[in-house]
Design a protein around this ligand. Structure first.
Ligand SMILES: O=C(CO)COP(=O)(O)O
Length: 250
């Protein structure tokens, strides 16, 4: 059985005070039976891990540099630096990075490798845009995005690594893909990993992200190939986030 994982991606939200208060409430409300991660803005990460890193909550970065070594890359933060402050996870390829920062499949396969080499567990994000969705191209797009990593790097990393399906049209819009459509795509994602290694495909956790709220979390998490969620807006409200975590324990 794959243990469910709920990760809160705060994106560019919060303040030092808010971050501390939110994480404190989360650790106070944490229950066994589900893995929970917080992915705050990078500047708050070290403080939060230092203060709350031994309270059963995992921490991750929203993105890392593709460069494995230190160097003259102004503004960049390496995977090793993220690992150095005690975080163990990183998102790779969130659609907002693909869309607004022009992160290509080729770049993301380098980031993925860098993350693994630095000892971080990657959460690799895939998903189709509204236009691709309407054109019936979801599987084609997701297959290509997955191929950028597993054809180049192999599937070994997905023994512990995570894939997050986030249909771009459902992010921050209040629209959610229906549980049966999510299940269909998740099964497709698992089949792509299985093509390379069936055993690994049974271990890979596939999260759903896109307007997950306390009201819809349980139905989504009840699907056999949905192993938890990547939560945006609802991760900024402790009670909502904790309710979603509780839904993943059932
Ligand atoms: O992008 C997301 C998480 O990474 C989803 O965001 P929302 O939950 O706000 O739709």
């Amino acid at each position: 059985m794959r243990k469910k994982l709920v990760a809160g991606n705060w994106k560019m939200h919060g303040s030092r005070k808010m971050a501390d208060g939110l994480v404190r409430e989360i650790v106070e409300g944490l229950e066994d039976g589900v893995d929970v991660l917080v992915i705050p803005p990078m500047v708050y990460l070290a403080d939060l891990v230092h203060k709350y890193g031994d309270r059963g909550l995992g921490f991750g970065a929203q993105t890392i540099s593709e460069h494995p070594e230190q160097g003259a890359f102004t503004g960049e933060i390496s995977g090793s630096m993220v690992r150095d402050v005690g975080a163990k996870w990183t998102l790779v390829g969130h659609s907002e990075r693909r869309q607004y920062y022009h992160e290509t499949d080729a770049l993301l396969s380098r980031k993925f490798r860098t993350a693994c080499d630095a000892g971080l567990t990657p959460i690799y994000c895939v998903g189709e845009t509204q236009e691709e969705h309407e054109a019936g191209k979801a599987e084609e797009v997701i297959g290509r995005q997955l191929g950028a990593v597993i054809d180049v790097y192999g599937v070994e990393a997905f023994r512990t690594g995570v894939i997050a399906y986030e249909p771009v049209w459902a992010i921050g819009t209040g629209l959610t893909a229906t549980p049966d459509k999510v299940q269909k795509i998740h099964a497709f994602i698992r089949s792509q990993v299985a093509k390379k290694d069936v055993n690994i495909s049974l271990l890979t956790r596939v999260l759903y992200g896109g307007s997950v709220k306390p009201a819809n979390a349980a139905d989504l998490f009840a699907q056999p190939d949905v192993d938890g969620g990547l939560i945006g807006g609802a991760a900024l409200v402790a009670s909502d986030f904790l309710e979603i975590c509780a839904a993943a324990r059932r």
